[in-house]
Design a protein around this ligand. Structure first.
Ligand SMILES: [Zn+2]
Length: 255
């Protein structure tokens, strides 16, 4: 199983937020335009599997925020790109109360008709669980519920097949991969790859505010570039910050 160049974004919004996961729409547009100029085509994971080409890279959006519908969808449409979006099923059309929400800044998740419009624009929708809890901290029964029920609900709501599961906070283990396969998923996505299991788990490169410009985005998807490894290390360091969100959830005890 080969590694695939995959970018992951969270929020595309002009609103201020303390974390690094909110990218300004203008910066996002510049990054995508730059990659297009370099000869790349952004597509969904499904599209990549159906027709893998050297100049393709995969665009993924975790958590399915409304701002992805507002800002990323029109930009990608304009460039002829598509993407895969990972939906938290219990939060469709709701505020992100599952997140740490520093300073009380809340973001809304895309609603059903907005997600439907993405599907109509050839985007792939994928499961990002029911409730965005770190699966590794749940019981077997809860893990099965998050994996199985989120797939069934998305397939019923949108009449599409769900092939991919995005691990909340990127955490998974062998047992979780096995469960994914059992319930009909073809792959998982996280931040670290594991291509040697029953089904592959693809690693992804996060794009972050302040530390990533259009050139960094290009280094991230171009494995041949000498700065690709630098981007990988940078991503790992930044991603380690998500431990804080899990800790916060545990302290609150409401998720
Ligand atoms: Zn997430």
């Amino acid at each position: 199983m080969k590694e695939i160049p995959i970018l992951v974004y969270h929020k595309i919004s002009p609103r201020f937020e303390a974390g690094l996961t909110t990218i300004n729409p203008k910066s996002f547009k510049k990054q995508m335009q730059f990659l297009k100029q370099k000869g790349y085509v952004g597509c969904s994971l499904k599209d990549y599997h159906q027709d893998p080409q050297k100049n393709k890279f995969v665009i993924t959006f975790d958590d399915a925020y409304e701002n992805i519908y507002q800002y990323a969808l029109p930009t990608l449409k304009e460039l002829g790109f598509t993407a895969s979006i990972f939906v938290i099923v219990n939060f469709i059309g709701k505020y992100n109360t599952w997140d740490a929400n520093l300073f009380g800044i809340k973001f809304k998740h895309a609603n059903q008709s907005q997600i439907q419009e993405m599907i109509n624009s050839n985007w792939e929708i994928c499961s990002h669980s029911l409730s965005h809890k770190a699966l590794i901290s749940l019981t077997n029964k809860q893990i099965i519920n998050e994996i199985k029920k989120s797939k069934i609900e998305l397939e019923t709501l949108f009449d599409v097949k769900i092939n991919s599961f995005g691990f909340p906070f990127g955490y998974y283990n062998k047992k979780i991969i096995k469960t994914l396969k059992e319930y009909g998923y073809k792959n998982g996505v996280g931040f670290t790859k594991n291509l040697k299991n029953e089904i592959p788990v693809y690693g992804r490169m996060g794009v972050y505010k302040l530390v990533d410009g259009k050139r960094n985005t290009y280094f991230k998807i171009n494995k041949q570039h000498p700065l690709n490894i630098f981007e990988k290390v940078k991503g790992k360091i930044i991603h380690s910050g998500s431990y804080l969100t899990i800790l916060y959830q545990k302290i609150l005890g409401n998720h």
